[in-house]
Design a protein around this ligand. Structure first.
Ligand SMILES: [Zn+2]
Length: 343
């Protein structure tokens, strides 16, 4: 895999609704390979490789969890609303990149200093409505002067880091891990005679929205959502709660909150992995949902499934994943498309 590509995707700015930077990275990678590239009215991007066989849609969402500024206090502090699922308990002290009227600015989620908190206050999670962002402004006027405005968005401020031994750390692996797999698998599939469309979707984190219009336009015969899913192989998790583990290969969903993987898709994924000697694991906790949830309900229905790179700590400031899992996920997706196209 191209770690540089994951780095660029991870560091790109793309909260729900504002995916243009990620879209342009995908375009730069794939327009030289695709027969046709289009962008729809919501911002989904499509890369077509036209060949023989059923149309297979590969979808990876371009957005990441972020936040939206909802109010600027008299004293210059910013109130916000999360875009996508971010746990309030992880927010205090986090650094954010915000895109204001005058370009990018930095801020931190501030709280009262612990020194002046009461004992019970110190122990409890600060509710979202009590949190605020400090961008270094003494008044609303100064904040506006810096380019802050209501409606401004923000994402975690995290530099991509290689931890050594194949471990990779960065923000937004949900779903820039899936975007990386999408790019690499599509490039390989352009060398064979299959009918595949790679789609970068918008607004997944707020309700699988882009995938809905994308699938409606395409009416694919099969679809796979490519994801970065949670791995809970950390101290304190019981074996049956880990769901997925690092370095055990791509994570295949059987069921989650939004879909039951179509039996033919599931069978083809398993048979492909076994035939190719690709390690794989099942998502053992039926939590969360992916673009497959919206895609499979399109028009007359689309047999769909999800394949994901296991990542620890998703929806936080930084996730950790392993290079081997990327490589095996790319291999599985490539071989799956070839096999499902023959059947
Ligand atoms: Zn995701």
């Amino acid at each position: 895999m191209d770690v540089g590509l994951l780095r660029r995707l991870s560091e790109a700015y793309g909260p729900p609704g504002y995916e243009e930077e990620v879209r342009e990275l995908l375009r730069g990678e794939l327009e030289g390979y695709a027969d046709e590239v289009e962008v729809d009215r919501l911002g989904n991007i499509f890369f077509h490789h036209r060949g023989e066989g059923p149309l297979v849609m590969l979808a990876a969402h371009m957005d990441e969890v972020g936040l939206l500024i909802t109010h600027i206090e008299e004293e210059g502090f910013l109130r916000f609303h999360p875009l996508g699922g971010i746990a309030e308990r992880i927010l205090p002290g986090q650094r954010f990149r915000l895109r204001g009227r005058r370009g990018e600015l930095r801020g931190i989620v501030g709280t009262k200093p612990p020194h002046i908190m009461k004992e019970e206050e110190r122990r409890k999670v600060v509710p979202l409505e009590d949190l605020f962002i400090d961008v270094g402004a003494k008044s609303r006027e100064e904040a506006l002067e810096k380019g802050c405005h209501v409606g401004m968005t923000g994402v975690f401020d995290t530099a991509f880091t290689e931890l050594g031994d194949g471990y990779l750390m960065g923000k937004a692996f949900d779903d820039r891990a899936g975007c990386t797999v999408l790019v690499e698998a599509f490039k390989r599939l352009c060398e064979v005679d299959v009918n595949v469309v790679a789609v970068g979707t918008v607004q997944e984190e707020v309700g699988l929205r882009g995938a809905r219009t994308a699938a409606w336009q395409l009416e694919p015969d099969y679809a796979l959502a490519l994801e970065g899913t949670f791995a809970a192989d950390v101290p304190g998790s019981k074996p049956h709660q880990m769901s997925a583990r690092l370095r055990r290969g791509p994570v295949i969903t059987i069921v989650d909150r939004t879909t039951i993987t179509h039996p033919k898709v599931l069978r083809t994924l398993i048979e492909t992995a076994e035939a190719e000697g690709i390690p794989y694991q099942f998502k053992e906790m039926p939590m969360g949902g992916t673009d497959a949830g919206a895609i499979h309900l399109t028009k007359r229905g689309v047999p769909s499934g999800t394949v994901a790179v296991p990542c620890r700590y998703i929806h936080g400031p930084a996730a950790i994943a392993h290079r081997e899992d990327f490589e095996n996920t790319i291999r599985l997706v490539e071989a799956f498309v070839k096999n499902v196209s023959k059947s």
